[in-house]
Design a protein around this ligand. Structure first.
Ligand SMILES: [Zn+2]
Length: 312
């Protein structure tokens, strides 16, 4: 019963540990929020060679007018775009639509626009990336964005996963208030450039690693407990055996001591009557001769007391 109780206790501890770990991961996950949900980069990508992209001087066009001002915002934006270009070999171009964007409501329509605009702007040069961004007029919380790579850019760097990564970062940084409009695009491009060009382990592998780690930790806890329990049991058994042996020796010793003591209480005497020396009589008592049966008194020192009456 006690053993079963102990096992149950360990089981509970182990379950608790697993639950705590899972909750910790969940909290971490939620805390990371949207950024953690951005597509992971699971492909090895090589930057597009310089020969595949003929750079242009212009980085953006702000038709809305007040998105990218001439001061800090423009500087931040271009720095971010240059970083992306350096990382990927693909030169990005940002077009922020103005009132002209009101006719493009569906994603399909803005994708068609991107295709035509790319051809118009870069022609046969397949190493660029056109980003078209438009906010709904009078509704600042919604926007449409599309990214259109040239043929070479798409083939080597800006595949579907890479585009999802960039869109994910734009979506994420759109809600981060501390960045101005230039920094918002710049940060999205910098982070996306880094992620696109770095192979990460996949989501599934990440989960597998977490789960295997939790199982391994639980396994180690259980094994350590079993070994410790076994050792404790062995030690207890050994101690009990040693105690039993010690007790036995103690008893034997006590018995011996008692026998020795008894031995000292009796004295062998020679019968004054018949001369037989076979009798043992306790000191300070009167016993009988084994041979002739006559009473013999022995004093405390073990000497036969000769009665004065019987002697004369
Ligand atoms: Zn006798």
């Amino acid at each position: 019963m006690a053993k079963g109780g102990k096992d149950l206790f360990v089981l509970r501890i182990t379950c608790a540990a697993v639950v705590v770990l899972v909750i910790a991961f969940a909290v971490l996950w939620l805390h990371q929020g949207k950024e953690a949900k951005i597509e992971r980069s699971t492909v090895n990508r090589e930057a597009l060679p310089a020969s595949k992209c003929d750079p242009v001087d212009k980085w953006y066009q702000d038709d809305w007018g007040d998105w990218i001002d001439e001061n800090g915002e423009e500087k931040a934006l271009i720095a971010g775009m240059e970083y992306f270009y350096e990382k990927t070999g693909v030169q990005p171009y940002l077009w922020i639509m103005g009132e002209n964007g009101k006719d493009y409501i569906s994603e399909g329509s803005i994708e068609d626009l991107a295709k035509d605009t790319y051809a118009e702007m870069f022609g046969e040069d397949g190493g660029h990336l056109l980003i078209i961004f438009r906010e709904y007029p009078n509704a600042s919380s919604n926007y449409l964005v599309t990214v259109r790579p040239g043929e070479d850019a798409e083939e080597q760097v800006m595949d579907e996963q890479a585009r999802e990564i960039l869109l994910g970062y734009i979506d994420y940084f759109y809600t981060v208030e501390k960045y101005n409009e230039g920094e918002f695009f710049a940060k999205s491009l910098e982070k996306a450039g880094d992620r696109i060009m770095t192979k990460q382990i996949s989501q599934a592998a990440l989960y597998a690693i977490i789960i295997i780690s939790v199982i391994a930790v639980a396994g180690v806890v259980i094994v350590v407990h079993i070994i410790r329990k076994r050792k404790v049991a062995e030690a207890t058994q050994k101690a009990a055996a040693a105690k039993a042996e010690a007790d036995l020796k103690k008893n034997e010793f006590a018995q011996q001591k008692y026998n020795d003591h008894l031995e000292t209480l009796y004295v062998a005497i020679t019968c004054p009557n018949c001369g037989s020396s076979n009798s043992k009589i306790r000191k300070g008592t009167t016993g009988n001769c084994q041979f002739c049966g006559s009473a013999i008194k022995v004093d405390e020192e073990g000497n036969v007391v000769i009665e004065s009456g019987s002697k004369s």
